[in-house]
Design a protein around this ligand. Structure first.
Ligand code: AMP
Length: 212
């Protein structure tokens, strides 16, 4: 079964998915993470996706469905938290074609736009292990070096000021309608995505626990 974790870029879906996986045993899948891996490895998908992602636009629905189907194979009896999919109505419909009952709920992390901009433009990530930092609020101990694995801490190309603004617009236009899609199916839930990661985690744990 799938729980869709939704919300704007920078809402904290990735961080919370990791915490939920570590503490509650859920499986997680981030389409953004999977695509970045393709780019890093220089696969055909990665070559096509790289420029699109750097601009903050959406990669084609067909490519995403292919990636998703491959990931879900053999996980029929797991609870999978989906981070970053569906990003538009055709993707939400495609998910339902895999199995009409597969989505048990969609949970939005709600964060005001000004905070999203501050989070995304200050975000830094480890190029090696993916650990996330914030340039001002939670930098690594040694500048540019990951505390966890010693990898290089960098800014994602799509966290530049220009791409951030565009990604938020893409979210408003393409992904917001997905919230209504799940609202109409009585599968929609929303929790506040502001506060400490632990506070947000507690809110999410309760809602997701009631759905699974
Ligand atoms: P994320 O890490 O979720 O912010 O995703 C980073 C980028 O990957 C997005 O800005 C898109 O370019 C691409 N991407 C991730 N998930 C999807 C999706 N479901 N559909 C289309 N593009 C996606």
């Amino acid at each position: 079964m799938i729980i869709v974790l939704t919300g704007a870029p920078g809402a904290g879906k990735g961080t919370q998915a990791e915490m939920l996986a570590a503490k509650c045993g859920y499986k997680t899948f981030s389409t953004g993470h999977a695509l970045r891996k393709h780019v890093k490895e220089g696969t055909d998908i990665g070559k096509k996706a790289e420029a699109i992602m750097a601009r903050g636009d959406l990669v084609s629905d067909a490519v995403l469905l292919e990636i998703l189907k491959a990931e879900l194979q053999g996980k029929e009896s797991d609870v999978v938290l989906l981070d970053g999919y569906p990003r538009n109505i055709p993707q939400a419909e495609a998910l339902d074609t895999i199995d009409k009952q597969i989505v048990k709920g969609a949970v939005q992390l709600e964060v005001p736009r000004e905070e999203l901009i501050s989070r995304l433009s200050g975000r830094r990530v480890c190029a090696q292990c993916g650990a996330t930092y914030h340039a001002e609020n939670s930098p690594p101990e040694n500048e540019g070096v990951c505390d966890k694995c010693g990898g290089e801490v960098v800014q994602r190309t799509d966290d530049s000021a220009e791409s951030v603004a565009h990604r938020l617009d893409v979210y408003e236009e393409n992904t917001k309608p997905v919230l209504d899609y799940y609202r109409e199916k009585n599968l929609f839930h929303s929790v506040s995505g502001t506060g400490s990661p632990e506070e947000i985690f507690e809110r999410l744990k309760e809602v997701i626990g009631s759905l699974t």
